[in-house]
Design a protein around this ligand. Structure first.
Ligand code: C2O
Ligand code: CU
Length: 501
């Protein structure tokens, strides 16, 4: 794992260009928001000024990295037409709305072998699958467009408000596609969330953290060749926030809501503020928690999100850095070692400002079904590493096969599943279809910030976690995988199929 953990000085190992970039000189970009019910997002090449000097060529949603932030009210159907305008050699794409509750055909299924991807190096995919069996009929071919329909409903009600994101999910290529820039944020608002006295408007800031490595000409490197499990964790040398290297942002001396998302391939961050101020966590991957939790450090693995309220009133006229540090507690193993260095800077105005916002003691209760869950798993997902001629990641002894499902939960049922990591590397497991309630880690009750709904979970070496989920609305196949993107591409993905009851 190259440069695992990062250096103490974030730019010590950087290219001359990144070293030349003055920390905190760039402004924090805020991606433009799209709020209409019918949207069109071209997927195309674009250039961005990320480092001083040459611009960086990217693959983008809508011409920017991150792509536009889609922001929609829960319960209101949203149709997004993605148009694949990247060169034909890129092959097929598949867009997944991470955190959404959507039909299989709009869920960004990875698909199977195609003309432009005639073999899979890591996944054992049977030949001759029909387009339907392989999910190839759901892919987005070069030059084609596809309209994804998102109802933003779950179980007969508007979805809960949440900070989600969209990214590519193509078989074997999710990691390189996302590395090139295919990621954007998505915010679902709802009445409960909007009725709370929380900061909003320009005091509600989405932050996408991504690490990338650039060559001498400021172009993204291609770190994907020759990486073999278990050493296939790609870490970038430069950490970007909203696509900018160590940016700054002006804030007033009052409360802000920061929505933080980690889209790195492999890296984790242990977030804290340089002035030691608390971050009051109000939401996880799956939106508002039952009650806020005061935290001074927050571990954020790939694809995880947290929303925190930060009060800058105590730092009037000062600067505050959002930093990541080595972990002081918890299991510091491969896969959960964190970046050490600054991510961005807040410049706090010197004016005293009124602030009518506050963090309520109660936020959103857990859904009813979480009260009657079994603690006996009905299915186990076991992660191992194996293979005769080459090593691959395995779940229940298999690599990914789009035609295969390993579990068949019934529509309308609530299940309890166990995920058991039998490797020496930590993984970050993500399950599609719905939000999940973490019941235990090795039999112990999780900490308050995990004792709620989420969709992405650290699983440490040797650990067993118990998760409960409730399947409503959609039958069909959905994936479960590690969100360390190279692990996912290298076999660590399987499927469950929700069947009619
Ligand atoms: Cu964000 Cu299946 O992924
Ligand atoms: Cu993994």
């Amino acid at each position: 794992m190259r440069g695992q953990g990062g250096g103490l000085l974030p730019f010590a190992e950087d290219t001359p260009q990144a070293q030349a970039a003055v920390p905190f000189r760039a402004r924090l970009p805020i991606p433009r928001e799209l709020t209409d019910s019918k949207l069109r997002i071209p997927i195309r090449e674009a250039e961005a000024q990320i480092l001083p000097g040459d611009k960086t060529r990217l693959w983008t949603y809508g011409g920017t990295f991150p792509g536009p932030t889609v922001r929609r009210p829960a319960g209101q159907r949203t149709e997004v037409t993605f148009h694949h305008e990247l060169p034909a050699r890129v092959g097929e794409l598949s867009v997944h709305l991470h955190g959404g509750h959507n039909r299989t055909r709009f869920d960004g299924q990875p698909g199977g072998l195609t003309k432009s991807q005639p073999l899979s190096y890591y996944c054992h995919i049977p030949r001759g699958l029909s387009p339907r069996e392989s999910g190839n009929d759901l892919l987005l071919a070069p030059g084609a467009r596809k309209t994804y329909v998102y109802d933003l409903m779950e179980d007969g009600r508007p979805e809960r408000s949440a900070f989600q994101w969209y990214h590519d999910h193509r078989l074997d290529r999710t990691s390189p596609h996302s590395w090139r820039g295919l990621a954007g944020m998505w915010i679902v608002d709802d009445e409960l969330d909007s009725s709370l006295p929380l900061p909003s408007g320009e005091r509600d800031i989405p932050l996408m953290i991504a690490d990338r490595t650039f060559d001498r000409h400021n172009q993204l490197t291609d770190p994907f060749k020759g990486l073999r499990p278990p050493a296939d964790g790609i870490v970038g040398r430069s950490v970007l926030v909203n696509g900018a290297f160590m940016p700054h942002h002006h804030v007033g001396a009052r409360r802000y809501r920061l929505r933080i998302l980690n889209v790195s391939q492999f890296r984790s961050y242990n977030l804290h503020l340089s002035n030691g101020a608390p971050m009051v966590q109000i939401a996880t991957d799956s939106g508002l928690m039952p009650a806020p939790v005061r935290r001074t450090e927050i571990l954020l693995g790939p694809a995880e999100r947290v929303e925190v309220i930060v009060d800058f009133a105590g730092a009037r006229g000062e600067t505050v850095e959002l930093r990541s540090s080595k972990r002081h507690s918890g299991r510091n193993v491969t896969g959960s070692r964190t970046y050490a260095g600054a991510l961005m800077q807040f410049r706090v105005g010197s004016e005293r400002l009124p602030d009518r916002t506050r963090v309520p003691r109660r936020l959103r209760p857990l859904p009813e079904w979480t009260r009657k869950v079994s603690h006996k798993p009905s299915h186990r997902w076991e992660i191992t590493i194996g293979g005769l001629f080459k090593t691959t990641w395995l779940i229940n002894g298999r690599t990914f096969n789009p035609a295969y499902a390993d579990a068949f939960p019934k529509l309308g049922s609530t299940v309890t599943w166990e995920v058991h990591n039998r490797t020496t590397v930590a993984h970050v497991m993500h399950l599609h279809h719905t939000d999940w309630y973490l019941l235990s880690r090795d039999g112990k009750r999780p900490p308050p910030w995990e004792d709620c709904l989420k969709d992405t979970f650290f699983v440490y070496p040797g650990e067993r976690i118990l998760l409960a989920g409730h399947f409503s609305d959609h039958t069909g196949k959905f994936v479960i995988h590690c969100h360390m993107l190279d692990h996912e591409d290298h076999g660590l993905m399987s499927q469950f199929q929700v069947v009619a009851s």
